[in-house]
Design a protein around this ligand. Structure first.
Ligand SMILES: Nc1nc2c(ncn2[C@@H]2O[C@H](COP(=O)(O)OP(=O)(O)O)[C@@H](O)[C@H]2O)c(=O)[nH]1
Ligand SMILES: [Mg+2]
Length: 294
């Protein structure tokens, strides 16, 4: 069996197979519903699962309500969409990982549609809103007709790809694929990084159409600042690709290694995922998204 395919035979005997991971920053109105839907989606697959919410310092009742709905909450004090994912995914244990916002814009009860291709041997599945349905009110016109198409177009041109939605928040990948990608971006440009890294390490990639719903609560996206971060990441990566895709099972580089911004991670109730800021420079060195509630 190929090492990057889902390997049911080698999964932990009693550990969950699917980990649904959501970043959360003040989403008390939506996060419990997202957790419930994730459990519904997991049930549809007939596989075991867990739901991990990585809270980014919410000042509302997000943590309490997520836990009550059946999530394991991991706390990450450092702000940033990517930062929250890195910590949340490192704290998760399933061999199949599904990620998405905790704002009800993605329907986790349909996560089986992303899991299916992983079980068929794909390493990475992107839920595409542009190939699917964007419901009225789900995406501002400027993002829909300018920001997303332009940034996705730039990414495709720079890296020779054909993705239809570089900024979709809903994706699934195997843990092996995640480890090979060696993701490091801490802000919203994490979304672009996954698309690029998946291609760089030669993952078997596919897209499935999904429906994008109007989010509950206020968006944390800061259009111009986050758009600039995507651009900066893409050009830096095109000029000087980050090291990725070591052999399966290879230990992650320690902080201080010359493999810039390698990460170390520890899994526990509270995960301290330390990142090496040292040689981060452009690629990983963008300061984490400052998404203080506005
Ligand atoms: N921007 C941002 N989002 C965060 C952070 N921490 C967690 N998130 C979550 O990341 C997800 C994406 O953010 P969102 O505001 O929905 O961005 P949008 O989907 O581009 O409008 C949401 O579930 C947020 O709650 C953070 O520090 N910054
Ligand atoms: Mg969102």
């Amino acid at each position: 069996m190929q090492d990057s395919a889902y390997d049911a035979a080698s999964r932990p005997l009693d550990g969950p197979e699917i980990s649904v991971v959501m970043p959360c920053l003040n989403e008390e109105e939506s996060v419990p519903l997202c957790v419930e839907r994730a459990w519904q989606g997991i049930a549809k697959t007939s596989l075991s699962g867990e739901v991990v919410v990585c809270d980014n310092g919410s000042s509302d009742r997000s943590v309490e309500l997520a836990e009550r709905a059946g999530a394991r909450v991991v706390r990450e004090p450092r702000r940033g969409y990517g930062r929250a994912y890195l910590t949340g995914i490192d704290a998760s244990v399933g061999r199949l990982i599904v990620i998405g916002d905790s704002d009800c814009s993605y329907d986790f009860s349909e996560l089986d549609r992303l899991i299916g291709p992983l079980l068929d041997g794909y390493d990475y599945v992107l839920g595409s809103r542009f190939a699917g349905t964007i419901l009225p009110g789900a995406m501002p016109a400027l993002n829909r007709y300018l920001g997303n198409p332009v940034l996705t177009g730039v990414l495709n041109r720079l890296f020779g790809l054909h993705t239809s939605d570089a900024h979709s928040g809903m994706r699934a990948f195997t843990r092996t694929a995640y480890e090979r990608m060696q993701l490091r971006c801490e802000g919203m440009e994490f979304a672009s990084e996954i698309v690029v890294a998946a291609a760089q390490v030669g993952l078997r990639v596919t897209e499935v159409p999904i429906t994008y719903h109007p989010r509950v609560g206020d968006s944390k996206l800061r259009r111009w600042r986050d758009g600039a971060r995507h651009l900066r990441f893409m050009f830096a990566e095109a000029l000087s690709p980050a090291p990725r895709g070591g052999p399966i099972g290879e230990a992650r580089p320690e902080a201080g290694d010359n493999a810039a911004d390698g990460r170390t991670a520890a899994v526990g109730e509270q995960v301290a995922a330390a990142r090496n800021g040292g040689a981060a420079a452009l690629r990983g060195g963008l300061p984490a998204t400052d998404s203080s509630p506005r």
